[in-house]
Design a binder for this molecule. Structure first.
Ligand SMILES: C[S@@+](CC[C@H](N)C(=O)[O-])C[C@H]1O[C@@H](n2cnc3c(N)ncnc32)[C@H](O)[C@@H]1O
Length: 700
């Protein structure tokens, strides 16, 4: 029976396999000096020969981004780890049914653990990493640090396993350490993105220039989409300029792919929905009396406060059965358009043709538009008619699809779209709005700079025009604004997006002692809240509490019926492997270890812990429904019915193995030491080959 590897993928081996596809002669096998095992290796002499005309080497100048520690960061990113994700049922909400994940742990380790399962599955990554302002702590990845440096940093270490270190701007490695931290994470994160996926990263002036270069390196400059500017309000205390904005860098995993899919991003014109709602109200009052509706609508526009977004669209002042509309030119854009006779309905004579020709290429199309009621004639034929542009445009293929009076009810509203616009690269939303919002939601100020979940919700909707159930990930979750943004987007637009949040269990006590002023006060408030809730004093607990509160709050609002109302999350925690060391080094087993080896699972680990490590290892979705049944006196887990069946008991009998084979599971897993006899262990593969040949059988 094949054993599960129980460690994350070795990325450098994957990359070498890709090189082999292009240059089969240049990849060979060599003995790994540390383990003595054979590994794929690149024959550089051969590769040099293949590419001899296009090589830069040694001190030769070239355009590149470099910093001390870059190489280690890359090997850190590529190195496999044997950690696992342990479920935490009592910290979760709707553990059994939710499709959302909250993972507590270092994000690099988490990203590596998610690689098999979520490879190429994530549509949006949004992150808001520490901006490296000189006051930030950054997580020190063990392998990246030489021992000497690590010891030197010891004084700056925190309780987080000694791995969260202050990064003041006076340090020699101030920028380099931040770059290494980001480089490793972005490299692994990119693999998780779908090929039409995108990543958005918040950043400010401290590292914007460096991050842009780093992204060019990791994602490729051809995949740059935009650098958004988020204006958050001005303070008058600056000496030179008040920099009140920050940035959001947007990159595609593969921009060509997005273009091939003809993806176009548009947003509803802000305020359009309000106009439509007012129209519906007036239609209820006045029925088909469109003149009366127009008069009331004009009054409504003029009574709106100047800052109301609908005020800008007061041009939509005419009304017909398809709603408020404005007139638009009916001539061919750019000139030289077609010229044909369009007969005026009252005078019976051909209308004046616009100088640039008609907008519609054929008379048939023009007549179709007239029939749809989308062309408005003037008093007589001496002037060309104009087009009607509705606040809620009539679909292109609308011939039999017009909104009639019966259509103006809530249900028909769901699929039709409002007038849209492309977003500019600048937007304004005061930072205080989200600060106040979060304080109200949590009952106190427990987080310093939460991002605005409403703005994030709009962005999520904006970049997912064709994906109504996207997987959205934030691996610097903080107060989990992105999780709430996903709820908000789903509740507003009727989508069913899901999220994966990752947050370090940052020690709040440690944070308290290393901060001052209002930041310290905020941490102290968070500590009080966690004490009151009898939760551990770590930041990730604050994040989970926020998701719980946001979830309950949003369900009290009016939610789009298209949303499945999943406000749950499955909480998982990064931890060391469930398996004892001997699992990974069986060759080193000594006589005295033999007794110990009878059970290769650590004593404090539960069957559900084992199940999750198997899911991670096998790349099975971590949110699939899990049921637990007792068969022949043994506990058996069924993941999504038969996606995976697992039994981690001991004393497993042939009868149970045969019973499980009847379910024809895609995968089945047992413990290596789980069988009642050695003979049965040898036979298990055989039993499945006979009864359920497509099942993959593994042990641990
Ligand atoms: C700027 S905050 C994010 C704020 C968040 N966008 C919000 O709206 O609340 C960055 C967060 O990343 C977390 N973090 C830093 N290093 C991390 C790591 N290695 N793994 C996971 N989380 C990390 C920090 O604890 C902090 O909560």
């Amino acid at each position: 029976m094949e054993k599960l590897k129980m460690h994350s993928a070795d990325l450098s081996q994957d990359k070498i396999a890709k090189i082999r596809e292009l240059f089969p002669d240049c990849v060979t096998e060599a003995k790994d000096e540390a383990t003595g095992k054979l590994r794929l290796a690149v024959d550089f002499d051969q590769l040099r020969q293949e590419l001899s005309d296009s090589i830069v080497e040694g001190p030769q100048e070239r355009y590149r981004l470099d910093w001390p520690g870059k190489r280690e960061a890359l090997s850190t990113a590529n190195a496999p780890i044997s950690n696992t994700l342990r479920p935490a049922r009592d910290e979760s909400v709707a553990f059994d049914t939710t499709k959302n994940l909250f993972i507590e742990g270092d994000n690099l380790e988490t990203l590596k653990l998610l690689q098999e399962t979520y490879l190429g599955k994530v549509k949006i990554i949004y992150i808001d990493p520490p901006y490296n302002t000189g006051k930030d702590f950054i997580y020190r990845d063990n392998f990246a640090v030489e021992k000497e440096q690590f010891e030197k940093d010891a004084g700056e270490r925190s309780a987080e396993g000694g791995r969260l270190v202050a990064n003041p701007d006076t340090r020699g490695r101030y920028h380099s350490d931040w770059m290494s931290m980001m480089y490793a994470r972005l490299t692994v994160a990119k693999r998780l993105l779908k090929d039409d996926g995108i990543i958005l990263i918040s950043i400010d002036d401290y590292e914007q220039a460096a991050l842009r270069k780093l992204m060019d390196q990791v994602f490729g400059e051809t995949n740059f989409v935009a650098q958004l500017v988020w204006e958050k309000g001005r303070k008058n205390d600056a000496k030179f300029f008040s920099v009140g904005h920050e940035y959001m860098l947007v990159f595609a995993k593969n921009l060509t792919r997005l273009r091939e899919k003809q993806e176009v991003w548009r947003e509803e014109k802000p305020g359009a929905r309000d106009i439509w709602e007012e129209f519906q109200r007036l239609r209820g009052l006045h029925g088909e009396d469109f003149k009366a509706i127009e008069a009331d609508l004009a009054r409504w526009y003029s009574d709106l406060p100047r800052s109301h977004p609908a005020k800008k669209w007061a041009r939509y002042k005419r009304v017909d059965k398809n709603g408020p509309w404005r007139d638009r030119d009916i001539s061919w854009p750019g000139g030289d358009g077609p010229r044909y006779d369009v007969i005026h309905p009252d005078t019976g004579l051909p209308c004046e043709v616009p100088e640039a020709g008609w907008r519609y290429s054929t008379l048939e199309e023009m007549q179709r538009q007239i029939k749809l009621g989308l062309v408005e004639f003037r008093e007589d034929h001496t002037q060309p008619p104009f087009r009607k542009a509705h606040i809620r445009p009539i679909p292109e293929d609308a011939d039999n699809h017009q909104v009639d009076s019966n259509d103006i009810d809530e249900e028909s509203d769901e699929d039709s779209e409002f007038a849209t616009q492309v977003r500019g690269s600048y937007f304004y939303k005061q930072s205080q709005v989200s600060v106040k919002y979060l304080r109200k939601l949590m009952g106190a100020k427990v987080f310093t700079n939460p991002k605005d979940h409403e703005e994030l919700a709009k962005l999520i909707e904006y970049v997912t025009p064709n994906d109504r159930s996207a997987l959205i990930m934030d691996f610097f979750a903080g107060s989990a604004s992105t999780a709430e943004a996903v709820f908000k987007a789903n509740a507003t637009y009727g989508t069913n997006h899901r999220f994966i949040m990752v947050q370090l269990p940052e020690d709040l006590k440690e944070a308290e002692s290393s901060t001052t002023g209002t930041a310290k006060k905020t941490v102290q408030t968070a500590i009080r809240l966690m004490k009151k809730n009898r939760r551990p004093l770590i930041l990730s607990e604050v994040s989970k509490e926020r998701i719980r509160k946001a979830g309950s709050a949003i369900l009290t609002e009016t939610c789009d019926p298209g949303w499945n109302r999943d406000v749950g999350f499955r909480a998982l925690k990064v931890d060391t492997s469930n398996m004892k060391d001997i699992y990974y080094r069986p060759d080193e087993l000594s006589q005295s270890d033999l007794l110990e080896a009878v059970d290769n699972v650590k004593p404090d680990r539960t069957p559900e812990d084992l199940l999750f490590q198997v899911l991670v290892d096998w790349g099975v979705d971590l949110t699939l429904p899990i049921s637990r049944e007792t068969l022949h006196g043994n506990t058996v887990f069924f993941v999504d019915d038969n996606a995976l069946v697992a039994c981690f008991d001991t004393g497993i009998t042939e009868a149970l193995v045969k019973e499980l084979a009847k379910y024809a599971p895609l995968r089945v897993v047992f413990r290596d030491k789980g069988f009642a006899s050695d003979a049965l262990k040898i036979n298990v593969d055989q039993i499945f080959r006979q009864l359920s040949p497509s099942t993959e059988v593994r042990s641990l």
